[in-house]
Write a protein that binds this ligand. Structure first.
Ligand SMILES: Cc1ncc(COP(=O)(O)O)c(C=O)c1O
Length: 365
């Protein structure tokens, strides 16, 4: 077996214990004589899986009882459309904070839907002129008290920034994309009206999107909204309106059991803080590598850095891959390097990366 340290931003590393368990159960899941990939989603054995997954998710994340948990498909990107289609239905206005690439895409999608339905989408704040090196402060947010919702992206996967505070939006529902930070630390779900996340970073393989939605937001969507994009219908049918993403839901159950076994989200947070500190402490101690991100807003999940020299950055990506560390090349919008150190990345992976960084710096200074 030759596993390497995989720093991919998503799909990403999964816990080895989970992979082993899935492998052990692949021919015969609990005496059913088949794998979870092959069974009917309406069978008793699968019903137990999806119900158990939801119960675990609610317990691990302390989801209050007045929220539904939905297991959907279409990726986080489909939520960029579902949110305006379902929520722009009271006053027909929404505010978007653009703090990175994905929140920009969410904003553009809402504008598209708003334009088609005569609704108004406003930019509450953006840090684009600073190439998204920081998160806007509360005082910079221009918020409409009559908006149907405010949308933010809690962790900016590409730029490596994260919200260290939950913005105060008054009575306006707060909607957050938590694709790249969900389950990395405890979250006060009650401060949000809707949280969504593509599974392929901290939860499961790609193909599943989890939505946590407060009951009062389950209302009639804009006219013409397809059934599959209607939260109320998905909630009413317990995510079983059609065939759900059975396999990623099963893997999320195993991942949630793994998190629970390690002590839940407080333990996860401690592990993640320790891992991120190994990398940031080193970055702060050297002039060889630079980081664009404002220290206050540093992400615990995605760490971006560069040498200031594109050729050296390219050599870093190549040599680190040869040394057993995959996917360290940064996103093209930022350049340089990015280490995604999600829940399943062991501390040993980050320590190996820092040892390599020291050696690389020594050889190229
Ligand atoms: C924060 C964030 N939002 C949205 C997306 C898009 O997710 P998907 O590919 O599941 O549509 C990503 C993907 O990396 C992401 O990191």
């Amino acid at each position: 077996m030759a596993r390497i340290f995989n720093f991919s931003a998503g799909p990403s590393v999964l816990p080895e214990d989970v992979l082993k368990q899935a492998a052990a159960e692949i021919m015969d899941y609990k005496g059913s004589g088949m794998s979870v990939m092959e069974m009917s989603h309406r069978s008793k054995v699968y019903d137990d899986i999806i119900k158990n997954t939801e119960a675990l998710f609610r317990s691990v994340l302390s989801v209050p009882s007045n929220y539904k948990v939905l297991f959907l498909q279409g990726g986080a990107t489909q939520q960029f459309a579902m949110i305006p289609m379902n929520l722009l239905t009271k006053n027909g206005r929404a505010d978007y904070v653009v703090s990175g690439s994905f929140s920009g895409k969410a904003y553009e999608e809402a504008e598209l839907i708003g334009a088609a339905s005569g609704k108004k989408i406003s930019l509450a704040a953006t840090t684009k002129p600073e190439n998204f090196a920081r998160i806007p402060e509360q005082k910079e947010l221009i918020l409409d008290p009559q908006a149907d919702y405010v949308h933010i992206c809690f962790n900016n996967t590409i730029f490596g920034t994260t919200w260290k505070y939950i913005p105060d939006t008054g009575n306006v529902p707060l909607v957050a994309d938590m694709s790249s930070c969900i389950l990395s630390e405890p979250v006060d779900v009650s401060r949000f009206a809707l949280i969504y996340a593509g599974a392929q970073k901290n939860i499961a393989p790609a193909g599943l999107t989890i939505v946590i939605i407060r009951d009062d937001l389950l209302r009639d969507p804009l006219p013409g909204t397809p059934v599959m994009l209607n939260y109320a219908i998905q909630a009413k049918s317990d995510s079983m309106y059609n065939t759900p993403p059975c396999w990623p839901i099963y893997i999320s159950m195993l991942v949630l059991e793994w998190i629970q076994g390690l002590g839940g989200l407080s333990a996860m947070q401690k592990r993640n803080q320790e891992k991120a500190a190994v990398l940031y402490d080193y970055l702060d101690s050297t002039d060889f590598y630079k980081t664009a991100v404002l220290p206050r807003d540093r992400s615990m999940m995605n760490v971006t850095f560069n040498t200031g020299n594109a050729e050296l950055d390219a050599a870093f990506a190549k040599e680190s891959a040869a040394a057993g560390m995959a996917n360290l090349k940064g996103h093209k919008l930022v350049g340089g390097m990015r280490a995604s150190i999600y829940n399943a990345m062991p501390k040993a992976g980050v320590e190996k990366l820092v040892a390599f960084m020291r050696d690389f710096a020594e050889r190229n200074k």
